[in-house]
Design a protein around this ligand. Structure first.
Ligand SMILES: Cc1cc2nc3c(=O)[nH]c(=O)nc-3n(C[C@H](O)[C@H](O)[C@H](O)COP(=O)(O)OP(=O)(O)OC[C@H]3O[C@@H](n4cnc5c(N)ncnc54)[C@H](O)[C@@H]3O)c2cc1C
Length: 422
């Protein structure tokens, strides 16, 4: 459906994550009609999901309804719906319930999901961490494992219940490992009569030669030492070869465990399929320097879904600041085009890499400046509070953190859903 003469251009944004939300917000006041579509009714601050999975924060502390974020933006409509495909010829987005949404400019910002590298059958026993449902499911499994261990008379089964294996030594794996060992050694330590939660075994498996591969060697080494000091077993150069209900296999060796957490890889949302183009190995869509699809200037692809060239043959990393910069760029670019001008190419500014290891410990790589330990941990905390959306969430997260810091307790130890372990 072409726009009627004199009508304002229709901008459709798919995904209200870090990239899509900024694109929509930065078009506030522009003479366009925006529709932002997401399959969830909330924007999620994924960097703190691991704290929901390990009982420090509640889901509502890190999620904000998209409607409330955009409530004052008159040129933006919010649509709850799941994208099924895109008909580029007709400039239509098709939702899975049959609704059709026409566009003049399309911004695809549907992020990424976990990748099991051809082993999708591992997912039921080794859930990944991407959504609130994932986080509450992982929290359920971790807390339930301690409950089951309390009444398990067989020593080997009890050992497996008290063993937690995290597959993947990137920032999420490191953060999960640190948070689980702290949960076991501090928050749960005095709450059981028949088991000693502090004896829990937490194993972090990394297939590559070192954890935190996107950080400089020295910071990886600091992170590994900190984890080991906290009691985490860090096994590098050890890819998981099989994940089952009984445990994780590493070639000939098997670690008996009832809780496996997958933090080993991501792949882009299926946007390449929707757009009818070939994705790269991670499913990402290659874009031009102005973030548009080659040969189709009506379609922008941004954030974790896009393969954007950066420097030295590398791509822009899949992190929140990169998605936000791309979202802001697209909004500027649409405004520039509406003036009949050509936008300058997108330039990524890398602000640094951050990972927290546990209470009072983190590593930060700002390029020339590198921080470790308590200072890094404070900086990490301040940055996360700053980037959270909404005063309520900032306040709640700060209060929860202060409570956890002073009391060593975790306030959200809720087992919700089924009480069966997989
Ligand atoms: C556990 C975890 C921890 C992380 N920690 C950090 C960190 O510490 N620092 C950092 O910088 N980055 C971190 N990241 C990465 C960061 O969250 C992503 O790079 C960023 O969210 C990418 O933004 P995006 O806009 O591309 O996608 P997202 O923010 O993922 O948003 C995608 C949106 O699209 C929606 N969507 C997906 N498919 C559909 C569909 N079919 N129909 C409708 N809507 C759809 C989703 O619901 C979602 O709202 C972390 C990621 C995870 C999973």
């Amino acid at each position: 459906m072409p726009p009627s003469p004199g009508a304002r251009p229709r901008v459709v944004v798919l995904g209200a994550g870090f990239g899509g939300l900024i694109a929509a917000k930065d078009l506030s006041g522009a003479p366009v009609d925006i529709t932002i579509i997401d399959r969830q009714n909330y924007h999620l601050f994924q960097p703190l999901l691991y704290q929901v999975a390990t009982a420090t924060l509640s889901p509502a502390d890190i999620a904000v309804p998209i409607r409330s974020i955009l409530r004052d933006q008159e040129n933006c409509a919010v649509l709850l719906g799941s994208v099924d495909t895109i008909e580029r010829g007709e400039r239509l987005v098709l939702l899975d319930d049959g609704r059709r949404v026409p566009y003049d400019h399309l911004v695809v910002a549907t992020g990424a999901r976990h990748a099991y590298f051809g082993h999708d059958d591992w997912e039921p026993v080794a859930p990944g961490l991407k959504t609130i449902d994932d986080a509450t499911e992982i929290r359920r499994r971790i807390l339930l494992a301690f409950e089951r261990a309390e009444t398990e008379s067989d020593a080997e089964k009890r050992r497996a219940l008290l063993t937690f294996v995290i597959v993947g030594g990137g920032p999420t794996g490191v953060e999960m490992a640190g948070a689980i060992i702290e949960l076991a050694k501090k928050a749960l330590a005095a709450d059981f009569h028949h088991i000693d939660p502090a004896s829990a075994r937490v194993v972090l498996l990394e297939a590559g030669p070192r954890i935190l591969p996107s950080f400089p060697d020295a910071l990886s080494a600091v992170a590994q030492r900190s984890l080991v000091r906290m009691g985490v077993e860090v096994l590098t150069g050890r890819p998981a070869t099989l994940c089952t209900r009984a445990g994780v296999e590493l070639g000939d060796e098997r670690i008996g465990t009832r809780t496996i957490i997958w933090a080993a890889g991501v792949e882009a949302s299926p946007a390449a399929v929707w757009l009818g183009v070939a994705g790269d190995r991670a499913g990402r869509v290659a874009v031009e320097a102005d973030l548009t699809l080659p040969g189709d200037p009506h379609v922008f692809v941004i954030g974790d879904t896009a393969a954007v060239s950066w420097k030295d043959g590398m791509f822009v990393p899949g992190i929140a600041p990169a998605a936000k910069q791309m979202g802001a760029y697209v909004a500027r670019s649409i405004r520039t085009r509406m003036k009949g001008e050509t936008p300058a190419p997108f330039r990524y500014r890398h602000q640094g890499n951050l990972a927290t290891i546990g209470r009072k410990s983190a590593v930060i790589d700002f390029g020339r400046v590198r921080l470790t330990g308590f200072i890094a941990w404070l900086t990490w905390g301040a940055a996360h509070i700053f980037f959270l959306i909404g005063f309520r969430n900032r306040l709640m997260v700060m209060l929860h953190w202060m409570w956890a810091y002073l009391s060593f307790q975790r306030g959200v130890r809720l087992i919700t859903g089924s009480t069966d372990l997989p």
